[in-house]
Design a protein around this ligand. Structure first.
Ligand code: UDP
Length: 410
């Protein structure tokens, strides 16, 4: 198949850990790589955010990245991109008019909007993955939600206009149902993990020095990094490593880094808290393997790649019992659940792991097994391919019914 992905703000070529570059970038890159490996012709359309980028880049992984000119060729926060969606969609329409793909898979709501507008005159199925839903963000972040006000309403329209909506977890299927998407038009496809790179150290050597707890991800408030910093008050002698955010040269001007550093000072744990800045994704496996526990306690989480990466490396995790974590981390079998926003419960869970080498090893082993058996890309790419085939057959059936004598337009 010729499969075109649309990932307007999240380029598969971007460095990770910045405010708008995280799991979606990894997932799009891995899905594109896996599909290309299975012989599909894959193009990822993403917004040009620098004038020096070539129009098309053929990656070493066998897929093509198309840099679409829509708005100024400079980084723009994703919440300010809506005014440029029409220009993006027009470019897609022009590209697809001559050579339409067999299927389009859009990632994030604005990509869905652009994809459906771009494919409007073509008989091309459009599959949608939201990665995050505006209604959840609005509920959890309230006035701090910087999404465009139209997002929630547009997402419902995008969901209803797509041939299939792919949720990343069970919790999202419930949200989609409340948005009016019938269950027969949803499918679940979790995000996957690169099992060749994220794997346990063998053997895992005991380390000397203080115990190390890792928080890794984009430094945005809803990720709950401040909760982990506050929890450190009740985890004596341990060190907290915080990976993500801008490089050190930009910390002075970064409000979130400043806020978190102030939280660490107020909690009296600044000297046990190390900010590492953005860690190259290639170095993430070694970082995971160098710590005793990984904590990921966002307020809400559409999927959550970080706990799976940690589990794949055999490192026990403590996660907030929200969203995708409810599917991926089995409480007390492959990790520990805590309520979000609760430093005391988080401290208790981390301490239980740090004080229990047996439990640590047990959860680490079970976690690695769970990721290997369920979240490898080979398996998930094959599942994506199945969904694409189903969607194309359903469209072909509808077209056949419509073309039959007495048939109705679908
Ligand atoms: N990441 C990274 N370096 C950093 C911070 C994050 O490589 O400095 C990666 C991390 O390994 C994971 C992704 O960014 O693959 C974060 O994905 P997740 O789904 O946990 O969160 P999102 O950013 O999508 O909200």
């Amino acid at each position: 198949m010729r499969i075109d992905m649309v990932s307007e703000h999240a380029s598969p070529l971007a460095a990770l850990g910045g405010a708008d570059a995280g799991g979606q970038n990894v997932q799009v890159a891995e899905l594109a790589t896996g599909l290309a490996r299975r012989g599909h012709d894959v193009v990822v359309h993403t917004r040009r955010d620098s004038p020096t980028l070539p129009a098309r880049v053929r990656t070493g992984e066998g897929f093509t990245v198309h840099h679409v000119t829509a708005g100024p060729a400079e980084p723009i926060p994703k919440d300010d991109l809506l005014p440029h969606v029409d220009a993006f969609a027009a470019q897609l329409a022009e590209t697809w008019a001559g050579a339409p793909p067999d299927l389009v898979h859009a990632h994030f709501w604005m990509s869905g909007l652009a994809a459906q507008l771009g494919a409007a005159r073509l008989d091309v199925p459009v599959v949608q993955t939201f990665h995050a839903l505006g209604r959840v963000k609005r509920r959890e972040q309230g006035a701090k939600d910087t999404s465009p006000p139209q997002r929630v309403e547009l997402e419902a329209q995008i969901a209803c206009g797509a041939d299939r909506v792919i949720a990343t977890c069970t919790d999202e299927v419930g949200e989609l149902a409340e948005m009016g998407v019938p269950p027969e038009r949803t499918a679940i496809l979790p995000c996957g993990i690169d099992l060749d790179r994220f794997l346990p150290a063998a053997p895992r050597r005991p380390r000397s020095g203080p115990a190390r707890v890792l928080s890794i991800g984009r430094l945005v408030e809803r990720k709950g990094v401040d909760v982990m910093i506050r929890a450190m008050r009740d985890i004596p002698d341990a060190q907290l490593l915080i990976a993500g955010g801008p490089p050190e040269s930009e910390w002075a001007d970064d409000p979130e880094v400043n806020r978190l550093q102030a939280v660490a000072r107020q909690a009296g744990v600044a000297e046990r808290t190390a900010f590492l800045g953005q860690v190259p994704h290639d170095e993430a496996p070694d970082l995971y393997r160098s710590v005793d526990v990984v904590a990921s306690v966002p307020w809400y989480e559409p999927f959550g790649t970080v706990p799976l990466e940690a589990m794949a490396c055999g490192v026990p995790v403590v996660v907030s019992a929200v969203g995708g974590h409810l599917d991926t981390v089995v409480d007390r079998r492959t990790g520990l659940h805590v309520p979000p926003h609760d430093p005391a419960a988080l401290a208790r869970a981390v301490r239980e792991l740090l004080e229990g080498p047996g439990l640590r090893a047990e959860l680490g082993t079970a976690g690695a097994h769970r990721v290997r058996s369920r979240y490898g890309w080979d398996r998930l790419v094959a599942e994506a391919e199945d969904i694409y085939h189903q969607v194309r057959s359903a469209r072909a059936e509808r077209a056949a019914v419509a073309a039959a004598p007495g048939g109705e337009a679908p």
